[in-house]
Design a protein around this ligand. Structure first.
Ligand SMILES: [Fe+2]
Length: 387
């Protein structure tokens, strides 16, 4: 049996009202915080006000960086890092969906080291970064999907090259995550479905890919059974607190699962889509790809795909994994093809090249062996809706 490991450098506070701990926790790190968030939703929902109040109650001054957009860019990370340095902040708080958390984490690395954000995509582990000077990060998710609150990844787009790449480094872990399901109550039906689908694909890909770590797989399995039960409830009854709690929890577990096991071709093929078409949400791209990639994959790890199908309430057969995804996509009216997302047919070759350039490690961890030809074929299927 392979030797497996589990280590969490991120302390988690989980439960309704957890955001109110921000000030108390922040005092461990200092008196000035950079608060990283998006342009609108954290303000409109009242989450930003709650955070600022908690910080000021504990004598912490919050400096706001609210320039984060969906599919965030290296430019935003560099802007935030400059502000962190100029304003001499002691720590960083990320408040929002995956984008705000990813940017907050990356700002910590860039503001504490030389260079700019793009220098740190695919940066190797080693001693050249400054572990003791890195500004601590507190993550506060307002959606249930990303898992970024507990893992080492930041997904960053480069608007000049259209590349979308991942900073994956042990110094990119948040120090503390405040997971407060109450902050997700204001998500509408569509955002609930989309973010929940992202968490589902994290669990699916970590469970089925070629890496092995049975501890992390336990997290993925638990996440899937919770998502299967509670995502439909959360979508259909946005005020159901039980559903919101379990979706926040499932998303966090799936975030830990990918921290160990990574993802596979669904994610690797999605990143070029939203990299070239920034108006496409990450989970929309996942939805338009997942059934086709799963149909290609299930025969290469039949046991795990049968397990996935069972956890999703289907018959325990590998091929049922595809049915489970298709049903969920129909039920929540999520995108079914790349064509309906506005992807252009003549761009598919370029997208396949970008998988090779930006995420070719997915070729070796994907359940079924794949290369450029298979990826292009899968893009064509997902474009045409040909299962
Ligand atoms: Fe994802």
């Amino acid at each position: 049996m392979a030797i497996v490991n589990e280590y969490r450098p991120t302390e988690v506070f989980f439960g309704e009202g957890a955001i109110k701990k921000a000030g108390e926790v922040g005092r461990r790190f200092g008196f000035r915080a950079l608060v990283v968030t998006g342009r609108k939703s954290a303000k409109e929902s009242g989450a930003l006000e709650k955070l600022m109040r908690s910080l000021s109650e504990h004598g912490i001054q919050g400096v706001l960086y609210d320039g984060v957009t969906p599919n965030p860019t290296d430019v935003q990370v560099n802007e935030g890092a400059k502000l962190a340095v100029d304003q001499k902040v002691d720590f960083i708080v990320g408040l929002g969906g995956g984008s705000a958390l990813d940017v907050a984490k990356a700002i910590s690395i860039v503001s504490s080291n030389e260079g700019t954000a793009w220098d740190y995509v695919r940066y190797p582990e080693g001693s050249r970064l400054t572990p003791f000077l890195n500004r601590p990060v507190i993550t506060i998710p307002t959606t249930a999907g990303t898992g970024s609150e507990v893992n080492r990844y930041s997904v960053i787009s480069n608007p000049r090259t259209k590349e979308k790449m991942v900073i994956s480094h042990s110094l990119n872990y948040p120090r503390v995550a405040l997971v407060d399901p109450e902050l997700t109550y204001t998500m509408d039906e569509r955002l609930t479905a989309l973010t929940g689908f992202d968490a589902l694909v994290h669990a699916l890909e970590s469970l089925t890919n070629r890496r092995e770590n049975f501890i992390a797989e336990e997290y993925a399995i638990r996440a899937l059974s919770l998502i299967s039960k509670w995502l439909p409830v959360a979508v259909e009854e946005p005020q159901n607190k039980e559903a919101r709690k379990w979706m926040s929890y499932a998303s966090m577990l799936a975030g830990i699962a990918i921290d160990h096991l990574g993802v596979a071709l669904i994610h690797a093929m999605e990143h070029p889509v939203s990299g070239h078409y920034p108006s496409v949400a990450h989970a929309e791209g996942l939805s338009a790809l997942a059934p086709y990639v799963t149909a290609f994959n299930y025969g290469s790890n039949p046991e795990k795909y049968a397990l996935f199908a069972r956890l999703m309430g289907e018959e325990e057969k590998p091929s049922r994994a595809v049915d489970a995804l298709v049903k969920l996509i129909e039920r929540f009216s999520l995108p079914k093809t790349l064509k309906e997302l506005g992807v252009e047919k003549e761009k598919l070759g370029r997208l396949a090249e970008d998988v090779y350039i930006c995420a070719r490690n997915a070729f070796s961890v994907n359940p079924a062996p794949a290369g450029m030809d298979e990826v292009l074929e899968l893009y064509e299927r997902a474009y045409e809706g040909r299962l």
